[in-house]
Design a protein around this ligand. Structure first.
Ligand code: GDP
Length: 341
């Protein structure tokens, strides 16, 4: 009998890599999708004939019970979320309904239909926010700095609580930032690589950013979905940090991305006056726009992947340099095609 998995948020970045991994492993994959007037498979367009799609919504318990009944999933991966920190200040209630209460809905659906199903909750390094120690581990106290971080903290604790209250096999993966060629363009990494490709090809003049001093622990999503799967293959449910153990400034990501298209950046000025100049031409290609500053910032994130490495035997394969390179390369290819039309 084939194992069955239900992935919420299947058409997002992580959902698509996880679906590929599970299909490769011979799983029957069910994907929860929200119904829209125009059907969009997002990042799983190439898998649309391999995944069984079920319409549903994290805010609608009945639809989740239905999804469990149809799929009879052995493993449920909860990746559905309003996942952009910036938007969580504009839509704090929707963020809480989906990212916090949505988790309880999914857990209740599991409890009602198939309590022995294993559950993965997508927790996040944003829960550390104003970090209390370096590096952050599974034992570091949380201090979220955005409505997104606060909502995700609820999801984290309710997963733990259902494990302790009802013996649900629920694991939280505290994943640090993970990016890829499929990352949404609202996130800083993809915004940068898309702009670098456009500037290189002469269809954009400059890249405007907010706080370039923010530091993040960035890995590749393809490596991180393997950790999700590994967590559910253990004898006992537990929580794990998934990170690279390296941290880099946004400014460093910018420099490296430009370097891949042969542009050397020189920095001039400070604060909102800071500018990135193309050394060869003297043109300003990076500028600060305060519109991208956040009401409360997470200055630095740095995770320790030691527990995941030891207990799950998890190892990342894609380095920071390789991540930036892959993203720039993919965006160059895509923008080149767009320009050709
Ligand atoms: P997050 O860590 O989940 O918030 O991921 P993001 O990619 O959205 O942001 C990472 C960091 O980059 C944050 O500290 C942002 O403040 C910073 N940043 C600087 N400029 C920008 C920008 O133009 N867009 C975004 N999204 N983030 C920016």
């Amino acid at each position: 009998m084939k194992k069955k998995a239900l992935i919420t948020g299947v058409n997002g970045q992580d959902g698509s890599y996880l679906a590929e991994l599970l299909l490769e492993k011979g799983y029957e994959v069910y994907g929860l999708m929200r119904r829209k007037s125009k059907v969009s498979y997002g990042n799983v367009e190439h898998l649309k004939n391999d995944i069984e799609f079920i319409y549903g919504d994290m805010t609608d318990l009945i639809s989740l019970i239905n999804a469990m009944k149809i799929s009879q999933a052995d493993e449920v991966y909860n990746l559905a979320a309003q996942s952009f920190v910036g938007t969580s200040w504009e839509q704090p209630l929707a963020t809480a309904e989906i990212d916090a209460l949505g988790v309880t809905n999914m857990l209740e659906a599991i409890r009602t239909v198939k309590p022995e199903a294993k559950f993965y909750q997508a927790s996040t390094s944003e829960m550390y926010g104003l970090v209390q120690e370096m590096p952050q581990t599974e034992d570091t106290p949380f201090y979220p700095r955005s409505p997104y971080g606060v909502a995700k903290l609820y999801g984290h604790w309710i997963t733990k609580n259902y494990r302790e209250s009802y013996q649900i096999f629920g694991c939280s993966g505290i994943l640090f930032n993970h990016e890829s060629e499929r990352r949404g363009k609202e996130f800083v990494t993809r915004k940068i690589t898309d702009a670098v490709a456009r500037i290189k090809l002469g269809v954009q003049d400059r890249l405007e950013l907010g706080n370039m001093d923010a530091k993040r622990d960035w890995g590749h999503a393809k490596d991180y979905v393997k950790a999700m799967w590994l967590m559910l293959q253990q004898d006992e449910a537990d929580d794990y940090v998934v990170a690279t153990g390296e941290t880099h400034k946004v400014r460093e990501f910018v420099e490296l991305a430009f370097k891949h298209v042969g542009i050397d950046i020189e920095w001039r000025g400070e604060g909102v006056e800071e500018e990135g100049i193309d050394k060869a031409t003297g043109k300003v290609v990076v500028a600060v726009n305060p519109k991208f500053f956040r009401p409360a910032e997470v200055d630095v994130l740095l995770g320790s992947p030691k527990k995941a490495e030891k207990k799950l035997n998890w190892e990342r394969e894609i380095s920071f340099e390789e991540l930036v390179k892959r993203m720039v390369k993919a965006d160059l290819k895509r923008v080149e095609k767009e320009v050709a039309f």
